[in-house]
Ligand binder design. Structure first.
Ligand SMILES: *Cc1c(COP(=O)(O)O)cnc(C)c1O
Length: 454
């Protein structure tokens, strides 16, 4: 018997993991959520203390994959996907607090965790069903490189990444444009919002019906499930059995923090989920007032991967708390606001505060943070100011490697971070990408010609 996923809009039939991943968004434009969360017993969770990361991933994910992926294959996929370190760095001067560095994967961002598992699962599902698949994704930097790297060389899957020509750093661009093979990258003469609009239109275009398109952004539940694993992992290393942990998650589209919500529903004890955002403060306002207003266009902040004025995963959070929000952000049934306020703490961190925090974390705790991690750290400190930890274990997520943001680090600290080999190697590689204007007809012709070639 397989676990079923239902749509947050409630108008599509429930599906298993395979169909949820292959479809991405539900036909009623809602997002897939497990109908019921699988529960782990306290003894099972306590047992994680002795397991390596990839075994914890297997133990968590097998509850969702039952009847769809056999256990030996899933265990192998986990071993293969999670072949890098997940350091928990203790913080000088703060007992039982740690920074979890999710930046040791091939593209040095936490998005590797989800993209690598999703690529392996989708590759398998495409093979089993004898299909071909084209994955379209718009990126402001980190998603495109993690997805491109994860899907590189996966048979029968083509990936097309659109990025705004002047809004990504050289290193981010090279992470996508040096792969070739089944990965095509398009530099769009426009902004990230233009790239996203082109991709959205392609998904809705009847003229492209013959091409099986899927999305690799965090509307796909395949991106969320792997992101619940590292919360179990961190607690297994820091907390005593059954002891609640504080997690602080710098957030944009809320895929990462939903991983923690999933983990909590599966049985992980969470004392408080701290959700710091940058200047795009629609969520802390919602939590404070109960009224939701998205920010359009989103505000350009230092932590650019979190420049989101309407988090697409908010509909999932609202659904888990008993409400209903549609894809436009309209709330049709209010969530349990009191429960949300009990479980979550959210705060907005300005660019000035982000810069100051990079400095203070370094001078005060010898902690090297890039802008996203600094937003997380600052939000954590704001939380501790309202509710003392009283000895509880706490984990702050660092979502990217500092070497991806050398200018910001240099400006704040006066030195540039050491570059890991995965990023340094890029400088030697030749780039290859196409260029398009912001013109939907041109993009459609590109897709029809390119994907027609097989
Ligand atoms: C994508 C990203 C985030 C935001 O994650 P969400 O799941 O969208 O909330 C934070 N930090 C970095 C470095 C990212 O790339």
């Amino acid at each position: 018997m397989s676990l079923l996923f239902h749509s947050t809009n409630g108008q599509s039939p429930p599906v298993n993991l395979r169909d949820a991943l292959l479809t991405g968004q539900a036909p009623d434009r809602g997002l897939y959520l497990p109908r019921e969360f699988p529960r782990l017993t306290p003894a099972e969770i306590a047992g994680f203390a002795g397991l390596p990361y990839h075994d914890i991933a297997f133990e968590v994910l097998r509850r969702y994959a039952e009847g769809v992926v056999d256990e030996p294959s899933l265990a192998e996929l986990c071993r293969d996907a999670y072949n890098f370190d997940v350091p928990l760095e203790s913080v000088r001067g703060l007992e039982r607090a740690a920074v979890m560095r999710l930046d040791q994967g091939p593209t040095c961002s936490f998005k590797d965790f989800a993209a690598r598992m999703m690529a392996r699962l989708l590759g398998r599902f495409v093979r089993e069903t004898g299909r071909r698949l084209a994955i379209l994704t718009a990126t402001s930097g980190d998603t495109g490189s993690a997805v491109a790297s994860a899907f590189h060389g996966v048979e029968s899957i083509r990936v097309i990444v659109l990025f705004p020509i002047s809004e990504v750093s050289d290193r981010q661009r090279k992470q996508m444009t040096t792969l070739r093979g089944n990965i095509r990258t398009i530099a769009v003469d426009g902004k990230f919002d233009d790239c996203q609009a082109l991709v959205k239109r392609a998904f809705a275009d009847p003229a492209l019906k013959s091409i099986p398109l899927s999305s690799a952004n965090s509307i796909n539940v395949g991106r969320l499930l792997p992101q619940s694993v590292y919360y179990f992992y961190a607690a297994s290393r820091l907390a005593r059995p059954g002891e609640p942990t504080v997690f602080a998650v710098p957030s944009g589209n809320f895929g990462d923090m939903m991983g923690a919500v999933f983990a909590g529903r599966m049985g992980l004890r969470i004392k408080r989920l701290v959700v710091p955002v940058n200047g795009n403060d629609e969520f802390p306002r919602f939590l404070a007032t109960g009224a939701y207003a998205k920010i359009e266009p989103s505000r350009a902040c230092l932590s650019n991967a979190m420049n989101v004025g309407h988090p697409s995963n908010l509909a999932r959070l609202v659904a888990v708390y008993g409400g209903q929000m549609d894809e436009t952000g309209a709330i049709h049934r209010a969530p349990d606001l009191a429960a949300l306020r009990r479980d979550l703490f959210s705060t907005s961190v300005s660019d000035d505060q982000t810069r100051v925090t990079i400095r203070q974390a370094w001078t005060g705790h010898q902690l090297l943070l890039e802008p996203h991690g600094a937003v997380g750290w600052r939000g954590f400190l704001d939380y501790v100011g309202t509710e003392p930890l009283n000895g509880a274990p706490a984990v702050v997520l660092e979502t990217a490697h500092p070497a991806k943001f050398p200018e910001e680090i240099e400006a704040a600290l006066g030195f540039a971070p050491a570059v890991p080999p995965a990023l340094a190697a890029l400088d030697q590689l030749a780039e290859d990408y196409d260029r398009l204007p912001v013109d939907y007809a041109a993009f459609r012709d590109y897709l029809l010609a390119g994907l027609g070639r097989g």
